[in-house]
Every structure is written in C-alpha cells, then in structure tokens.
Design a protein around this ligand. Structure first.
Ligand SMILES: NC(=O)c1ccc[n+]([C@@H]2O[C@H](COP(=O)([O-])OP(=O)(O)OC[C@H]3O[C@@H](n4cnc5c(N)ncnc54)[C@H](OP(=O)(O)O)[C@@H]3O)[C@@H](O)[C@H]2O)c1
Length: 324
C-alpha cells in the first residue's frame, strides 16, 4: 500500500480506501462486511468511509459492529461519517441538513452506530442552501474542540462554497474544511481537475474521491445489459441507471467497449486500470473503493501495483476514449 498526506494535513491515508455505499446492508451483510473489512485492513487500507444516510444508518451499524468484532487497534484506521441527508427515509426538518442542531445530533448518532469515541473525518455530504455556511463552520469547529471529530470536510460542494467556509474559519480562528469528497473517474473529471485546481495550494485541500469505477460501468459489466446481481439492479437504486448512463446510453456503451479492448491490449483488468488512472492524479489523497464481493476488492487492490504501467501514452489513450 502507498500512503498519502490528506492535502496539507499531517494525516496519512492509504491511497486506496474502502466505503460502504449501497453495499453494506443490501448485498453485503455482517459476515461479508467482516470479510471485506479484514481483507482491506490486511492490505494496508486505513480509511473506511460511511455516512448517516447509507441504508439509513444500517451501513454504519454494520461497520461499527465489524470494527469492534475485528478488534482493530483504534489508532490503526480512520473512519468517517457524513451529515446532510438524514438517517431516515422521511427525515423531519431537524433530522437533515447542516444546521448546528443536525450536524451535532448526526455526529453523536454516528459515533454510537460506528462504536467509536471520535470520527477521524466528518463530511458535509452536500451544501445546504437553508443554513448559513458560518453556522456549519462553527458547529464543526465545536465538535473538533470537543474531541468528537478530528478533521472536517465537504462532499460535492462548489469551489466557491469551500472557499467561503475556509475564509470564515480563517477570519474567525476556527477549524476550516481540509478535505472534499467529489466523484472522480474517467467519465467525470472536471470538478477535480478544473474547478478545484486553485484550492489544492490555496487552502491545502485533500480529496477522498468516490466511484472510481462509475458504479461499475468501467468494469464493463453493463455492456450487455444489467446483470441481476449488480448494483444497478439493486432494489431502491433504480435512479442510479440514469446517473451512470446519463442521456447517452449508447455512447457510454461504445466508449466502454473501446476501453475494454484497450485494457485487454495492455493486459490489465478494466477495473484495475481505471482505479490506477485515478491514483495517478497527485491531488487525489485516496481513492475510495466499493465492492460487493471479496474477489472484486482483491482485483481492485491490484491498482496500486500497476501505476508504473500508466505512462503518458496509455493515460492519453484512456482519456481520449471518454472525451467525446
Ligand atoms: N460522497 C458521496 O456523495 C459519495 C457518493 C458515492 C460513493 N461514495 C463513497 O465512495 C465509495 C466508493 O464508491 P462506489 O462504491 O460508487 O465505487 P465504484 O468503484 O465506482 O463502484 C463499486 C461497485 O462496482 C462494482 N464493482 C467493484 N469492483 C468490481 C469489479 N472488480 N468487477 C465488477 N464489479 C465491480 C460493485 O457493485 P456490484 O457488484 O453490486 O455491481 C461495487 O459495489 C462508496 O462506498 C462511498 O463510501 C461517496
């Protein structure tokens, strides 16, 4: 495993990390979660990502039970939660958003579910147009001073919103955001490569990037339709199909086929290659993996070993396929 500083902080995250979205509490029960988390930890992964909203808190509960059961030393791993969407199917107004009340309540609930005394990372899962950014910054600062959170950040905020939060923190002597969790993969590149570009130096922003395989698209598993046991067939996640294919289903299919041929030519699995491509970006602190089976995780972990194979020529060819 490689370890990278999270932006300008001193926190060393494993370059590959592991998250629980969709999987924990649906395809992945406690037994399998135990297997996945222990394979991940054995391979040097030290960051496990979660959120209040993942399966309405069940994903955090499963992760907390497994972490306790595995008896991993608390100083050997980092765990995160995210606040915004709430942990209920139909949250009440005080059970969602980024108000001081919900940020604090959600932190306490995540600590209980994850069975830890503090969260290493705590993310604002989306911007909240109904809460002043200053209120959220103060709430995060309080949680850090109380020892309940070590670092806080954002997910899918705009560069402007992050800059605004950082300025409020700087002007008022508060702990500001130090990390953002954006989507980043061969299909979605703009936010990480263009919009956030000034922030890596200006505020020392780290990134924990999500969906390196575009929810499995880049494995090629969807070129002949949607397999019954795949994420896009999961009950309750039908909306994801639109997210993954966009309005250009046929184009995505053609691009994927071309990408599969390239992966075959260079002798790597398409998943491993796509994850390695994300890792080549020095502004990526860690690539969050998702897996519903042990074999997937083991395949994806190989990305760390093939970085030298991604020279300029191969990288350019991969990018050209998805540029159109
Ligand atoms: N902040 C946010 O808004 C946000 C949003 C999304 C995700 N995240 C975080 O990022 C983590 C990773 O995102 P992600 O799960 O979307 O990552 P991903 O790598 O794009 O997708 C992972 C899914 O693809 C399939 N897969 C993975 N490896 C495979 C392989 N080698 N062969 C075939 N299929 C494979 C599995 O689904 P199936 O087997 O079920 O098809 C797996 O669950 C999440 O767990 C979560 O912690 C954050």
């Amino acid at each position: 495993m490689q370890y990278r500083r999270m932006g300008h902080t001193g926190l060393q995250l494993s370059a590959l990390s592991f998250g629980a979205w969709v999987t924990f509490g649906t395809a992945v029960g406690r037994g399998q979660a135990r297997e996945l988390l222990s394979v991940a930890h054995d391979h040097g992964i030290n960051f496990f990502d979660n959120a209040e909203t993942y399966n309405n808190g069940i994903a955090e509960q499963i992760m907390g039970d497994v972490l306790a059961d595995l008896r991993l030393p608390r100083d050997s791993y980092c765990v995160s939660s995210k606040v915004f969407f709430g942990a209920y199917k139909h949250p009440l107004p005080t059970q969602r958003g980024l108000s001081r009340k919900h940020v604090v309540d959600a932190c306490h609930q995540a600590l209980q579910r994850l069975r830890v005394d503090y969260l290493d990372l705590y993310f604002c899962h989306r911007p909240d147009p109904d809460t002043p950014i200053a209120e959220t910054v103060h709430a995060m600062d309080d949680l850090i001073r109380q020892g309940k959170v070590l670092y806080w950040g954002t997910s899918e905020w705009s560069a402007e919103q992050i800059k605004c939060a950082a300025k409020i923190a700087r002007d008022r002597g508060l702990y500001g955001p130090v990390v953002e969790q954006p989507q980043y993969n061969l299909v979605h590149r703009d936010k990480v490569e263009l919009e956030f570009a000034p922030l890596y130096d200006e505020i020392g922003l780290g990134t924990t990037i999500w969906s390196p395989l575009a929810s499995g698209l880049l494995t090629g598993k969807y070129v002949d339709g949607i397999p019954d046991d795949s994420r896009l067939a999961t009950e309750g996640y039908e909306w994801l199909q639109k997210w993954v294919f966009g309005d250009q289903k046929e184009l995505r299919r053609k691009q994927t086929l071309e990408y599969l041929a390239l992966a075959k030519e260079v002798g790597h699995s398409p998943a491993t290659l796509a994850i390695a491509w994300c890792l080549k970006n020095p502004n990526v602190s860690t690539v969050l993996l998702g897996a519903s089976r042990r074999e997937q995780l083991e395949e994806n972990l190989k990305a760390i070993d093939i970085l030298d194979d991604l020279d300029r020529d191969l990288t350019a060819r991969m990018e050209a396929i998805f540029k159109r």
